[in-house]
Ligand binder design. Structure first.
Ligand code: PHE
Length: 471
């Protein structure tokens, strides 16, 4: 019965369109901006390994679960959860999962847009040849001048939010679906060019060793939580973005193959970005752990020294902006779909309302890099000693809200939903692959998420020491 349900918002034109849109959502600042800098802050290889393991055993199964729920419910995540809960005789409180996702989406987009604004401004900086011949110091000064100026950050943040609202207002199929088809492959090509440049930078080996040689001494419980949180973040999981995209997926498209494909492409982009950036970091004596400015302080050095650097640099940041753009629309789509369904709004007004709210929250991030850079709200806790409001927003959403959302999605998909419903919706039979998926989502994923949470809070260490004292 539910396979006949149709979404009032329309449908992707084909499975390929869904793959492109989901890849557009997944590939974004998370891969190119965030992955390198958190890898740098958490010591490299071991962190990357934990991240890859999380993608495989947590990310892919949850992506399948999320797409499955979306396609079965065919509405915004809030209404999908309400409908499915009723259908599966589960508590109506499951709709709160949809609400939590909407809130996570607002919070993430609020800072995402500010960082995308940096990328936008770098389109013009690189294009004008500003970086030509500059050393690491000069490049760094340009970056700190940008982030230190709240008015400039505000202007770029505003521009990016307007771009997002315009596309969201048009609906899922117009515009971006077509653009992504060209831009994603171009981004790949450009990353290869950058890796090629890094190869000749003199420190390629050192960069690769940093990325791929695990040194488990360097990873902490909090680092493991960050790696897991990033697996959710980079695949757009745990807040309903992939669920709402799944709700536009034509019946009959293979959810398993699609999810694996999207995850592989996403991972490839992140690893390529790391391979392009770390050699430059080491060749120029920079600090891998220098934080959110990492790509803005490394790649321009390369663009400033390579042939046609202004052109490649501009192209690179244009593509980064597009990657961010196609992710940002998925971050407010759950809210917009709900406003259209339940408040009877047009997509235009729904986008404006959701966009303005996000824009306002974004001011917290704009100020975190300058006027409020010394505001440390949770400095009482050691791990948040240096955290600005932006750092806290990022930590709360990526490392807590998304994994928690993913945990609940796993519980609903594999424990509340009947076996018959999930077999029907996943459409891969009941034999080999289905039981593997079900086992992962029933046991492995929830247990892994819970253990990582308990370990990060310190409860596991406390229990171990308590046990040691006992025996
Ligand atoms: N996956 C996107 C990125 O890596 C960010 C994102 C997170 C998008 C959550 C949607 C939902 O940039």
């Amino acid at each position: 019965m539910s396979s006949e349900r149709v979404s009032i918002h329309g449908q992707w034109s084909s499975r390929l369109a869904f793959v492109l849109a989901a890849t557009g959502s997944a590939v974004g600042l998370g891969n190119i901006w965030k992955f390198p800098y958190i890898t740098g802050e958490n010591g490299g290889g071991a962190f990357v390994l934990v991240y890859l393991a999380c993608i495989a055993v947590i990310g892919i199964p949850i992506m399948m679960a999320e797409v499955m729920l979306g396609r079965r419910g065919r509405q915004s995540p809030i209404n999908t959860m309400r409908t499915l809960a009723a259908e599966e005789h589960a508590s109506k409180h499951w709709q709160w999962l949809g609400w939590a996702g909407v809130i996570a989406g607002f919070l993430i987009l609020s800072y995402y847009s500010v960082i995308a604004g940096w990328a936008l401004s770098y389109v013009f900086r690189t294009g004008s040849g500003l970086f030509t011949g500059l050393t690491a110091d000069g490049v760094q000064t340009i970056f700190t001048n940008l982030t230190g100026d709240p008015e400039r950050l505000l202007a770029w943040h505003t521009l990016f939010m307007v771009m997002t609202m315009i596309v969201v207002a048009q609906g899922v199929r117009n515009g971006l679906e077509k653009a992504v088809k060209w831009l994603m492959p171009m981004l790949f090509v450009l990353l290869f060019i950058m890796v090629g440049y890094a190869w000749n930078s003199g420190s390629f080996e050192q960069g690769l060793n940093f990325l791929f040689q695990p040194d488990f001494e360097k990873i902490t419980a909090n680092g493991i939580l960050i790696a897991m949180g990033h697996a959710f973040f980079t695949l757009s999981l745990g807040m309903g973005a992939i669920m709402v995209y799944g709700s536009y997926l034509p019946a009959g498209a293979s959810i398993a193959r699609t999810s694996i494909l999207v995850s592989l492409m996403d991972t490839a982009v992140a690893l390529l970005a790391g391979m392009a950036i770390f050699p430059i970091v080491f060749a120029n004596g920079l600090e891998p752990g220098s934080g959110p400015g990492l790509i803005f302080q490394t790649l321009p050095i390369a663009f400033g020294h390579m042939q046609y650097g202004a052109f490649f640099g501009m192209l690179f940041f244009v593509l980064l902006v597009f990657a961010a753009w196609s992710s940002s629309i998925s971050l407010i789509e759950p809210a917009v779909a709900w406003l259209v369904e339940n408040r009877g709004m047009t997509r235009g007004s729904a986008s404006i309302i959701a966009g303005v709210v996000t824009w306002l929250v974004g001011l917290l991030t704009v100020l975190s890099f300058n006027l409020w850079s010394e505001v440390k709200l949770l400095s009482y806790f050691a791990i948040f000693r240096d955290s600005t409001p932006f750092d806290l927003l990022d930590y709360l959403t990526a490392n807590i809200m998304l994994p928690l959302g993913g945990l609940l999605i796993a519980i609903f998909a594999a424990r509340k939903m009947s076996r018959a419903s999930s077999v029907d919706e996943l459409g891969m039979g009941d034999r080999f692959f289905y039981p593997v998926w079900r086992f992962l989502v029933r046991y492995i994923t929830p247990i892994a998420v819970i253990i990582v949470f308990l370990k990060a809070i310190g409860i596991i260490d406390w229990l171990v020491s308590w046990y040691d004292r006992l025996v």
